[in-house]
Ligand binder design. Structure first.
Ligand code: SF4
Length: 358
């Protein structure tokens, strides 16, 4: 196997994609790329990486950033808890470690949002420490290479694959080995139609020799995603000819933590229109009268990891007195300022469709 690993490293040096976080051993840039690329494809994450490194070229600048500015730059990537934790970790590194990433897995893993995977990526790629980085690509390559039938989404898989990765890398550069394995999975040992004839590991590969590439990796089927229904109230008032909208800042926990959206109700079944209006009146979102329904949107579907959201937006203009509850619990924002507030992608899609933002 050692010769195959040497072939892999040679292959990587000839074939690696020129990605900016590969051209550096600066832990800040490596960490940023890892945070951005979690749950995100490289082509989608690259522009975000460029924007972040241009606006915040070092960790001290990121640490001093305003949360809303960071969210705005993050908008469209989803999973906003990553951005929240990124900012917290940056502040902790600046305040506790004098802006230097600790060269220690345990200390790295104590930082917000940094789990064993990200810590291993920083430790190996920035500091060349011998820690294996096992992402989906590596699971696929190793499971095919050795014919491992352990479901890769089971709890024991991580330890098993990590031990194997660290054994294989033991006589090689950890930074190079980890990147080569991930790149092989991304470019050659792809989920469908792996290009085995171009693969540097082919002579040792179980799946290739048994023609079982399609049988690995093994995965336990996921539980069915639940569907939830969101009814949004896009409530506006017009003052001196200028439209203003009521925005809600979400709680600091749960999905879309700290982002802005419209007041809403989430239900297990679609909320019939009449009931949606009565519920809004009963909850003090609308007055008993003096309002006009101006539009009801089509349904917007949005996929989360464990849930499918189906959302509908009801546009309502209030013409009389504004309910006290609205003023107390929501922000009243000029239409022209709506684009300054970080919102979930689902809400952004709606705002663009109705031309409230560009
Ligand atoms: S030979 Fe084929 S299946 Fe085996 S590791 Fe290489 S690309 Fe993957």
């Amino acid at each position: 196997m050692n010769n195959s690993i040497k072939n892999l490293l040679v292959w990587y040096q000839k074939n690696e994609r020129q990605l900016p976080w590969r051209q550096t051993s600066n832990p800040y840039y490596i960490w940023l790329s890892e945070v951005i690329l979690q749950q995100t494809r490289v082509d989608q994450g690259l522009p975000y990486y460029i924007r972040f490194t241009e606006k915040y070229p070092d960790i001290a600048l990121l640490a001093s950033a305003n949360e809303q500015d960071v969210f705005k730059l993050w908008q469209g990537l989803g999973y906003y808890s990553r951005a929240t934790n990124m900012l917290k970790a940056a502040r902790e590194i600046v305040s506790t470690y004098h802006s230097e990433f600790p060269k220690n897995m345990n200390l790295l893993m104590k930082l917000p949002g940094i789990g064993s995977y990200t810590a291993a990526a920083i430790a190996s790629m920035a500091f060349n420490m011998p820690h294996g980085v096992v992402d989906g690509n590596v699971y696929r390559v190793l499971s095919r290479l050795y014919g491992i039938a352990t479901p890769i989404n089971s709890s024991r898989a991580h330890t098993q694959f990590l031990v194997l990765t660290e054994e294989l890398m033991s006589t090689h550069s950890p930074a190079l080995f980890n990147q080569a394995m991930m790149e092989l999975g991304a470019l050659v040992c792809k989920p469908q139609n792996p290009d085995c004839l171009a693969c540097p590991l082919q002579s040792n590969c179980f799946a290739f020799s048994h023609k079982q590439q399609g049988d690995f990796p093994v995965k336990t089927p996921k539980a069915k995603q639940k569907t939830r229904y969101l009814t949004y109230y896009v409530i506006s008032v017009t003052t001196n000819g200028h439209a203003q909208f009521f925005l809600n800042q979400r709680k600091s926990t749960g999905i879309w933590a700290n982002l802005f959206d419209f007041p809403s109700f989430e239900t297990h079944q679609p909320l019939p229109f009449d009931q949606a209006i009565h519920q809004a009146i009963d909850n003090g979102l609308l007055p008993n009268d003096s309002f006009n329904i101006t539009q009801v949107s089509n349904e917007y579907k949005h996929l989360l990891t464990h849930r499918i959201l189906r959302a509908r937006f009801i546009s309502i203009q209030i013409s009389g007195a504004i309910p006290a509850n609205l003023i107390k619990s929501l922000l009243l924002i000029n239409q022209t300022s709506l684009s300054e507030y970080p919102v979930p992608v689902l809400v952004e899609r709606y705002l663009r469709d109705v031309k409230l933002i560009e």
